[in-house]
Design a protein around this ligand. Sequence first.
Ligand SMILES: Nc1ncnc2c1ncn2[C@@H]1O[C@H](COP(=O)(O)OP(=O)(O)OP(=O)(O)O)[C@@H](O)[C@H]1O
Ligand SMILES: [Mg+2]
Length: 254
Amino acid sequence: MEIIKITQISKKFGSFLNPIKALNDISFSINKGEFVGIMGPSGAGKTTLLNVISSAVKPDLGMVTINDQVLTSMKENQLAKFRKQNLGFIFQDFNLLEALTVEENLILPLTFSKMKKAQIEQRLKHVNEVLGLTALNKRKISELSGGQKQLVACGRAIINSPEVLFADEPTGSLDSKSATQLLNYLEKINQQEKTSILMATHDAFTASYCNRIIFIKDGSFFAELNANGNRQDFFEKIINMQKTIGGGEFFNAK
Ligand SMILES: Nc1ncnc2c1ncn2[C@@H]1O[C@H](COP(=O)(O)OP(=O)(O)OP(=O)(O)O)[C@@H](O)[C@H]1O
Ligand SMILES: [Mg+2]
């Protein structure tokens, strides 16, 4: 069953005289329970694509549908409600509130909802169990390591049991041990909770956890790779595709 469908998405930034084409006529679908990666050189449009699909940024052209709801024709207040109820986000810079505790950060997405205290506590317990965060609950974010913060960001993203989880370079600032740990959690959430995941990444190892990868270059669709069950094999295919696609203009400009 299809959960996300995007049709002919285009997005420009910049001015009329000096436009930057960030996305150019992109279409694809994601099935419920899929773990899909978005890859491509720096500046390819990965973050813009995630932002357009999660409705943080409006496309110039095209349609975004999640769970049969057309996000691109919703009003702002409808969108805000939809995002809160159905979507989760893990940002590269965590976006946690440093002065608050782990627990306070985790339940933040639920505190403005009409959820009862007992239910909030039950969700918190579940997330703590899935991510093994219980021991850190009373610590302030400012007292945590980068890897621990990343886990809290992950917990906060899944506490509302989202249908879709968006992650932008979730392992970008982690060492390989913490990265592997986070990826194992994402895999667990994907398999046990059936959460669909859309993740942008530069990193072939991170991407090798996906079921499928969509490569974009200069804002356009470039290629697609499907996993076949063997992660090492998939990793090598990803590396080869990265060689084929080359670097971003930013890095090529000498
Ligand atoms: N708010 C903005 N205003 C103007 N240009 C923007 C804006 N956001 C993105 N761009 C431009 O759109 C293009 C795509 O940017 P985007 O951030 O989506 O790339 P990316 O693939 O996520 O890159 P990276 O791998 O470096 O994170 C780039 O040329 C970027 O400079
Ligand atoms: Mg980006």
